[in-house]
Ligand binder design. Structure first.
Ligand code: SF4
Length: 212
């Protein structure tokens, strides 16, 4: 059984799958407490569901894209076989994870969106170094930038670990804290190789809407 906060159908707002109609499977629970967290409602609330029940919900929608998110999905052991099952069924699966848990048990067919928590998150230092093993084209490293200091820190981290040439590196402005124009100009003026990522869903719908 997996504790699920919500399952919903919407437009993918992040990653290289941005814009695709996607079924989101949001698990309940997270081991971190980022200062900018926009899914605090997923910390505890949810209902226990079997893999079969989850698949019934996923199959209601005519899209090949499924995004497993949270909370932190990897804190629940049964999420790993569920992702494998989805891949076996032909879905294009992605997982959004905080970076604090080793992704070794994630099926290699799953696109991993791995956060690297910056100083401004309040959870800097939570990154599991083991996740550097997964620097490849099927992994995207996401940095939520809260300040000038976060930008410099993220650039250093990405360069030090040679992320830019081997993976997608996403810089996302902390919503409501950092202006996206400032971050766009910063990426250009610093000759960064990061990709600017806006959370598309927050621009399409209300920034505080759930289930989008
Ligand atoms: S890892 Fe994600 S869900 Fe967990 S506290 Fe941070 S932003 Fe929220």
């Amino acid at each position: 059984m997996i504790k699920i906060n919500e399952i919903f159908y919407s437009i993918q707002g992040e990653s290289s799958y941005v814009g695709f109609p996607t079924v989101f499977v949001r698990t309940s629970g997270c081991n971190l407490r980022c200062g900018y967290c926009d899914t605090t409602y997923a910390y505890y609330a949810g209902q226990m569901m079997t893999a079969e029940q989850i698949l019934v919900e996923v199959k209601k929608h005519a899209t090949p894209y499924v995004c497993v998110t949270g909370g932190e999905p990897l804190v629940q052991d049964e999420i790993f076989p569920l992702m494998t099952q989805l891949c076996d069924l032909g879905y294009k699966v992605s997982v959004e994870t905080s970076g604090s848990i080793d992704c070794a048990r994630v099926d290699t067919r799953v696109k991993k969106i791995i956060d690297v928590k910056t100083p401004g998150s309040g959870e800097c230092g939570s990154f599991a170094a083991a996740n550097l093993k997964f620097v490849d084209v099927n992994t995207e490293f996401k940095f939520v930038i809260c300040s000038e200091e976060d930008f410099a820190w993220s650039e250093n981290f990405a360069r030090e670990h040679d992320l830019f040439s081997r993976s997608n590196v996403l810089f996302s402005p902390a919503f409501g804290r950092v202006d996206e124009k400032w971050l766009a100009k910063k990426i250009l003026s610093e000759n960064s190789s990061a990709r600017l990522q806006l959370q598309l869903h927050k621009y399409i719908w209300s920034p505080h809407s759930r289930g989008v």
